[in-house]
Design a protein. Structure first.
Length: 132
């Protein structure tokens, strides 16, 4: 899956859209080819998580070279897919989001109960209740 970010400073709205796409791409279980600046926050996150193949140069030739270079890297493909799964669970799951919210407001959630309302995710009912 191809995730391209601008090689210029992006607006906040663009960053949110890119993060939303990243979560969907990671949920697919397939590695991501990140195309963007190496010093971007997203590039650093994906590198630290070993969750993507990378292309840090602009242009179609650079992307084509990255695809060809990584096309038959079966072991690396599996490692990157696993890194993506861990990143998805650690940063983008409902539980991770709930913990972030609770950390922000200064409360600890109960281990398996996030208190916000009812949510259905992947056909698994999750009970979220409002905190007192």
């Amino acid at each position: 899956l191809f995730l391209s970010t601008p090689f210029r400073e992006s607006a906040i709205g663009e960053e949110r859209q890119i993060l939303a796409r990243l979560a969907v791409y990671l949920a697919s279980g397939r590695p991501v080819l990140f195309h963007g600046p190496s010093d971007s926050a997203l590039g650093r996150l994906l590198r630290e998580s070993a969750a993507a193949f990378f292309c840090f140069r602009e242009g179609a030739d650079a992307v084509r070279a990255a695809i060809v270079r990584n096309l038959h890297q079966e072991r690396l493909y599996a490692e990157i897919a696993e890194g993506g799964r861990k990143l998805l669970e650690g940063r983008f799951s409902m539980q991770a989001q709930g913990h972030s919210i609770h950390a922000f407001v200064g409360r600890s959630p109960k281990p398996d109960v996030l208190r916000l309302g009812d949510v259905q995710m992947r056909n698994i009912p999750v009970r979220l209740e409002t905190a007192p």
